[in-house]
Design a protein. Structure first.
Length: 69
C-alpha cells in the first residue's frame, strides 16, 4: 500500500498530526480490524487458536452456517 500523507507540525517543526486520504484510512481500518467490537475480536482470536490446534470438533461447534447469519 502506498500512502500519501500530509503532516501537520507545531511551531517547532515537530509533527503533531497527519492527514491521509479517506480511502486509505478506510482500508487501514478494515485491514487491521480497528472497527471491530470486542466480541468480534475475541471470536476471531478464538478461531485462530482452534485452527492452530487443529481442533476440528471444536471448530465445527463454533462454526456458524452462512444461512444462519
Amino acid at each position: 500500500m502506498k500512502l500519501h500523507a500530509k503532516y501537520i507540525v507545531n511551531e517547532k517543526g515537530k509533527p503533531t498530526s497527519v492527514i491521509i486520504p479517506i480511502d486509505k484510512f478506510r482500508e487501514i481500518v478494515e485491514t487491521y480490524g480497528i472497527d471491530l467490537i470486542e466480541e468480534e475480536k475475541e471470536s476471531i482470536s478464538k478461531g485462530k487458536t482452534l485452527r492452530k490446534r487443529n481442533d476440528k470438533d471444536e471448530l465445527e461447534r463454533e462454526y456458524t452456517d452462512l444461512d444462519n447469519i
